[in-house]
Write a protein that binds this ligand. Sequence first.
Ligand code: RP5
Length: 163
Amino acid sequence: MKKVGIIMGSDSDLPVIQKTVDQLKKLDIPYEVHIYSAHRTPVEARDFAVNARKNGFGAIIAAAGMAAHLAGAIAANTTLPVIGIPCKSSVLDGMDALLSTVQMPTGIPVATVAIGGGANAALLAAQIIAVEDSELAAKLDAKRASDAAAVLEKDAAVESKLQ
Ligand code: RP5
C-alpha cells in the first residue's frame, strides 16, 4: 500500500497531527511523520516533496499555522495530492492559516480541510489511497456505516428522552 506523508511546520502542531495519526492507525495505513517548515527548513521540506513519489507515498498531509505556506510549498514540488490542515495559533483563531492554505493559485492545488481538521485529513488521504485499494475502500465503507449507526442510536436515545 502507498504511504501517507505527514509534515507539520512545528512541534506545536502536534495535537492536530495526533488526530491524523490516530485515524491512519485505525485504518492500518502506513505513514511517515516529519517536522519540516516552509520557512525554517525550506530545503528539507522541498526535498521531501520532490522525492515523495519515488519514496512510495500516495498522498501528503501538511499542517501549519500562522502564515501557513507549508502545504503550498509542498504542492509546488510534487504532483502527488496534497492535503492542507490550517492550524490555530494564539492570534486570529486560525483564519490566517486557513486563508494562506486554501487560497492557492491556479495550477498548484491544495485540498484544504477545516482548521484543526486532523482526522478529516487522514480520511481524505485514505480515500485517495483507496481509489486503487478495494480492501481499504471496504474499511472506509464500514466506518461510514458504523458512524451512521452511532448517530441513529443517539437519535433513538434523544427521542425516548425528550418525547
Ligand atoms: C508555523 O508557525 C507552524 O506550523 C506553527 O503552527 C506556527 C508556530 O510555530 P512555533 O513558533 O510554535 O514553532 O510555521
